[in-house]
Every structure is written in structure tokens, then in C-alpha cells.
Ligand binder design. Sequence first.
Ligand code: NAD
Length: 253
Amino acid sequence: MGRLEGKSIIITGAGSGIGRAASLLFTKEGAQLIAVDRTEGVQETVEQVRKAGGTAEAVMADAGSEDDVKGFVAKALSAYGKLDGIWANAGISGGLVPLPEQTPEHWQEILRVNLIGPFLAIKHTMPHLIKQGHGAILCTASVAGLKSGASGHPYAASKAGVISLVQTTAYSLSGTGVRINAVCPGLIETGMTKPVFDGARARGTDHKIGQLNPLKRAGQPHELATMGLFLLSDEASYVNGQAFPVDGGLTAS
Ligand code: NAD
């Protein structure tokens, strides 16, 4: 029996990195998946899931658009007849633009995807989860939302916003049986951080990557997927309203 056996789950940002690793792990653990991404990478994710014997449908959609969010929630309900959880994981970094060069448009796009996206995911899944009296929501924040560091300002602000959104929503969900949590990844080797890793490899400094945390290495996408699996499963039945760093100990120092 899988740890997510028979659960209908949506993952956004499933076309790459953490979302793809979670798609593969969750379906291996029995989840019926709606994999969402705005790129064609989501088709490749679903092909990999099916090849491994799992159940998944791909939806190409923008996780920051209310119409698209309504669409992929409806798809989960029509495909599997119910919804048990969502991982609002899609995000963009926005790069490291010096503050004087940042524009309101630059901020708006990062906030739209990274913060309004999770808000919309919560808004449109909540009614279904509440109606059935159980369910779990997970949002991807970042260590950048917990402490200052090398991230861009709008990215860090968007991720701090996600943590606050999760904490506030836990109270809005009081008495419903629905849980909500966040994960805060440290430096993880994915599509988003590829330029960092490629640049370091080109300079021969890749051995220094991740040296700021006590484990002295970067994380891999499956190391986030395993945390997501726990938090969306019934094993985490008393875990609610929290933001968990998965960062090799970076924020412990
Ligand atoms: P990634 O780039 O490999 O994957 C992100 C996926 O999200 C991509 O497939 C992308 O197409 C998709 N996406 C972006 N905007 C979207 C939108 N509007 N609608 C639908 N899909 C969209 O990066 P990742 O590292 O796997 O990122 C996953 C999450 O983890 C993000 O929220 C990111 O901010 C967060 N995170 C990553 C790191 C890291 O070091 N990689 C650290 C902290 C937080």
C-alpha cells in the first residue's frame, strides 16, 4: 500500500526540478496525479510517470492565472472524482537584478507567480477539501523567505509572503480537517539554479557550492519530494500551519 494510495493530488511546476521529482515519487506511492506546468516539460514528466506504471494527466497552464487554476482543479475532479491535496510549487526566481534597476512590472510578475499563484491554489481547492472534511495543501516557499541572503528582493518578499499566507490560512481552515504547510528549500540543483551550477562548473568552483550549510552540498529535487510526500500524506495528520526548511541546515546557523 503506497503512502498516498488512491489520493488525487495536483502538483504545479511539475515540468521540472522539485515538481517533477515529486510527481514521480507521489505516483510511485499510489497518488493519482494532475501534473501542471506552463511548459511542455509537463508532458515529459507524465510520460516518465506512466512508464513507471503510475497514473497522471498533464495540464499545461499558468499557475498565476485564476482561470487556469479553476481549469486544473476541475480537471482533477473530472479525472479522479475527488481532490485530496495540492502542492502549489510553481515558481520563478526573477534573477539578481540590482534594486535601483528593478521595476514595478518585474515585482508584479514575481509576486503573481510565486504568491498569487499559491493564493489561487488555496482559494480554488479549499471548498472541495472542506466539503469532504479532509485534505492537505502544501506551498513551496524558500529559505529566502526566512532570512536575508543572496536572492532577489521580490523573490525573497514573495516567499516570505507564502509563509505568512500558509500561517494565516491554517487559522482560516480551523475546524475543517484540512491542513496546510510550506516547505522552504535551500539551494537545490534544478532548472531554476542551473545557471549557478553551470557557471561554477565553468569556473571550476563547483566544489564550493552548498558550502554555506553544515552538510556542505547542494540538495537534490528528490530530497524535497520526500518532505512533500510526508506533509501531504496522512502520516502528517497533526502537522499544520508550519514552514519547514529543507536546506541542509543552512538556517540552523
Ligand atoms: P524549476 O525551474 O526546475 O521548476 C519550476 C517549474 O515551475 C518549471 O517547470 C516552470 O516552468 C514552472 N513554472 C514557473 N512559472 C509557472 C507558472 N506561472 N505556471 C505554471 N508553471 C510555472 O525550479 P525548482 O527549483 O524545481 O522550483 C520549484 C519551487 O522551488 C519554486 O517555487 C522555487 O521558487 C522553489 N525553490 C527552489 C530553490 C532551488 O534552489 N532550486 C530554492 C528555494 C525555493
